[in-house]
Design a protein around this ligand. Structure first.
Ligand code: GDP
Ligand code: MN
Ligand code: MN
Length: 250
């Protein structure tokens, strides 16, 4: 049977301010159905929670100043980056960090775009909890059970160009696990785990656009369900590339 998925960028959401109820704003914009997947740009979740810092209130430390002297970035911005990091993997030519919840990203995902001048916005410190909270709030308002993916635009190793990545999710597993399935020729798949939430986040990022498009939420309707697990982040010891970067023995 043919199957189709509809993908809709939600227009008409306001510029998000601290304490805005994102779930309620989404519910006012569209009529949701059980099983809908909502991709939400982490930027607006951070704005609604006040996860931002004024640069003129920050005194950069030694490490931030030392990185800034090489990259030419604002050392106060780099201090926000370092304050979010659990571990610094690379300092220059760009700062690559691991966040306490497992994500590895350039500049800790700290951003100065789509926020007021003089502010740096950082990723929600517990994105899984934010995703659950939004799902629960939507259920409270509408009685509809949605699945939520918080997204951020991220760079990737080995390939040029940024894509959307999932940084928090609720109502689904991160990974679709094909291990144990048989292929078209009856061979058992031993390795394949598909990072479905990143695939969906990636396409939502295309619909959102960057810069001034004003579409921070994308609705996917009709995605088939999948089964798997949530272990999308390698632990430090599993991550061969990270260990190589930090010059530990693989
Ligand atoms: P990120 O990928 O989470 O860092 O978010 P972006 O800054 O790339 O924004 C993603 C999309 O949301 C773009 O279309 C932005 O124009 C839009 N956007 C960002 N902030 C707001 C906001 O406060 N209100 C609305 N309506 N759109 C926003
Ligand atoms: Mn971002
Ligand atoms: Mn983006």
């Amino acid at each position: 049977m043919d199957s189709s998925i509809s993908i809709t960028g939600l227009r008409g959401l306001p510029l998000i301010q601290k304490d805005d109820d994102i779930a309620a704003l989404i519910c006012n914009t569209t009529t949701l159905q059980n099983g809908d997947i909502l991709c939400i740009a982490s930027t607006i979740v951070s704005k609604a929670n006040g996860y931002s810092r004024r640069l003129d209130e920050i005194t950069p430390g030694k490490q931030a100043c030392s990185i800034a002297s090489v990259t030419g970035e604002d050392p106060r911005f780099l201090q926000v980056v370092l304050d979010q990091a659990a571990d610094v993997l690379i300092e220059t030519p760009f700062t690559l960090t691991a966040l306490p919840w497992g994500h590895v990203g350039v500049r800790s995902g700290v951003d100065a775009s789509n926020v007021e001048d003089g502010y740096a916005i950082y990723l929600p410190p517990d994105p899984m909890a934010e995703a659950s909270r939004i799902a629960e709030r939507i259920f409270e308002i509408t009685g509809v059970l949605c699945q939520i993916i918080l997204t951020d635009t991220c760079g990737r190793a080995f390939r040029r160009g940024q894509t959307g990545h999932a940084i928090g999710w609720s109502g689904m597993t991160a990974i679709r696990d094909f291990r144990g399935d048989t292929d078209l020729f009856g061979k058992v798949l031993e390795i394949t785990e598909e990072a479905v939430i990143d695939e969906i986040a990636g396409f939502s990022n295309f619909v959102m656009g960057e810069s001034n498009n004003g579409v921070p939420v994308v609705l996917f309707r009709g995605c088939p369900a999948w089964k798997g697990h949530n272990e999308i982040y390698f632990t430090k010891s599993q991550d061969i590339i990270r260990r190589a970067l930090q010059k530990e023995e693989c």
